[in-house]
Design a protein around this ligand. Sequence first.
Ligand code: WT7
Length: 631
Amino acid sequence: MTNSTETPGYSQKVYKPAQEYRDDARIKDYALSYANFEKDPEDFWRRVASDLLWFKPWDKVKEWDYPHAKWFVNAKCNITYNCLERHLKNNRRNKVALFWHGEDETEKIYTYDRLYKAVMQFANALKNLHVGKGDVVCIYMPTVPEQIIAMLACARIGAIHTVVFAGYGASALNERIVGSGAKIVITADVAFRRGRTIPLKPIVEEALIHAPSVERVVVLRIQDPPTALLDDFEVDFYEIMKKADKECPPEEMDAEDTLFILYTSGTTGAPKGIVHTCGGYMVGAYYTTKYVLNVKDDDVYWCTADPGWITGHTYAIYGPLLLGSTIFMTEHTPDYPDLGIWWHLIEAYGINVFYTAPTAIRMFMRYGETWPNKYDLSSLRILASVGEPLNPEAFEWFYHVIGKEKCPIIDTWWQTETGSHMITTLAGEDMKPGYVGKPIPGITADVFDKEGNPVPPNQAGYLAITNPWPSMMRRDHNDEERYKTYWNSKDCQYYSTNDLAIKDEDGYIMIIGRSDDLIIVSGHNIGSTEVESALISHHAVAEAAAIGKPDPVTGNQVKVFVILIEGTTVTEKLIHDLKYHVRQTLGPIAVPAEIEFVDSLPKTRSGKIMRRVLKAKEMGIDPGDISTLDE
Ligand code: WT7
C-alpha cells in the first residue's frame, strides 16, 4: 500500500513506500546510519571494506593531500578475487553469475565456477601475448559474455582495461587507443543490433592506422564462416584461450594501482581518461550495489547499461559480481523486435532488480501501457534509474505502470568521475518525484553559490561533494592538470560536479542539469567541442557550434550551428553528408538532429563560442550576462 501527500514548494508529491519495503531495506534508518558515518567517516569506510578480502590490510583508511586522496593505503587486493573466489568459498560455486540473452534468442549461462575458469584461462592467454601488470588493454566489443571475461581477465593480471563503447566510430576509438597507449585491442568481428549485423573489425582496422602502441588484436569471431585474420597481428579469442594454462592466481595489486581508465567526454578538447583504482573503486561498487540497489542473494538483477559506460562497469558488472549476484545481460535494445521485449525478458528471467535510464522510460511512455501490461512483471522488487534527471512524469509512469505502485524507485545521481552512487533515495525511504534524494551515508554533498557559500533551501546553485570518498577518480590519464580543475577552490576544497541543483528543506536534492557545455543525449555524455571538431573536419565547414536542445524522449538532442566555407551552397546532399560525417567520426549517438546554417556565431572577446547565448535564443529565454560577448 502506498499513499502520496502534497507538500508545498517544488515537491508536489511524496510517496511513502509500504512497510514491507522499509523492512526489506539494508539501511533501515537513514538518519541513524548517516549520523554513524558522520561521527567517524574513516571507521565507516573501514567497516564497509572489511566485508571484502584483502591480501594485506591497509595501514591507513585515508590519506588526504588536497586535492589528492589515497584510500586503504598500502593494502593489497584483487577485485577478481572478490568477484570470484570469494563466492566459491561462500557456497556460490554453482550459482548463476550471468544469464546472457542474445538478439537471436540464444542464451548463455555462466555459473560462478565457469566464469572463474574462463577468466583465469583468458587471463593466461593475455599473459601469453606479453600483457602484464600496468599494460593497457582496449576492449571494443558488443555486449557479450566475453566482454566481461576480457575485463575480469585484465583485472586478474593487473592489466588496465579501457572499454570503448562499440557504438563509437573509428576516430573516437583511435583517440582512446592512442590516449591510453593500449598494447592490445580486444574486439569482435560483428555486433548485432536491431536485427542488423554491424561489422566492428573494419572500424578497429581503421582506428589502428595511426596507433603505434598496439601490438596485437584479439578477435572474438562470432560469424560463420569465420573472418580471416591477419597473421602475426590478429588472433582468435577462443584459440588463444584454449592454448593457455588453466590456473591463474590473482595478481596482488596495491589498493591505489589503476584498475581501469574510462574515457568520458569533456567540455574542452580531448575526452577525459578517468582513472579508477583497485581498492577504493572496489569498495564503492560493492557498498552501493549492496546498500543502495539492495540486491539480495536470490535476486536476478538487470542493469540495462552497456559496459562501455561507467554504469556498465560499476553496476552491470563489478558491483553485482562483488556481491555474488545473478546478473542478467542482453544485446536487446528496448524496441526490437518489438516494444515488449524488455518486459518479456523481465517475465522470462524473473528479474527482481531493474536498473535503467530515463530515456528508455520516456520512450516506453510514448507507446502507452499496452506493451508492459501484456507481461507479468510481478517479480520486480526494485526499480532504479540513472544518467539524467528522471522527470516527475517519467517517475510516475515507472512507479505506476512498471512498479505497480509497490516497487521503490531509486533515482541514483553520480558520475563517471565518482565511480559509484553519491546521491539517491534509498529503498524504503520516502520518494519525491523529480528529486534524486540525499547523499548516501559515506558521502557529503551540498549546493553552493559561485563563491562557495551554501545557498538557502529551494534556490538553485552548484552541486559539490564536500569530502573525498573511496571510489573517486584519481586523475585524468592524459592530463595531470585537468584533475585539479574539479577541485576548484583552495578555500573550500570541494569537488565540483558541474551540475546545477536545488535542495529542499528536507535535504532532498533536485538535479537541474549541467552548468558546462556537455550535452546529455539518452544519458550519454557528448561534448559540444567533440561534435564541433567533427564538423570542422569536414571540408565544407568553416566553424560550428553545438548545443543540447531539450527533447521529450532523449532528454536532449544535438543541434548545431554551422558556418560554411565561402561559396558552398546548402543542399540536401550536404546536410546528409555532414550528418554522415559526424556518424563516422563519433558514432550514431552524436549525430545532430538539426543543422542550422549561419553567417556568424556569438563569441567572447577571447574568441570562445558562447553556446549559452545560442541555447537561450533557441529556447526563447534570457541569455543572462552577455558582457563578454564580442560585438
Ligand atoms: C552526469 C554524469 C553516472 C552514470 C551515468 C552518467 C547526469 C547522472 C543523474 C540523475 C540527474 C543525472 C549529471 C551528471 N546524471 N545521473 N540520477 N539525475 N542527472 O555518467 O556520463 O559521467 O554523466 O549525468 O548531469 O553530472 P556521466
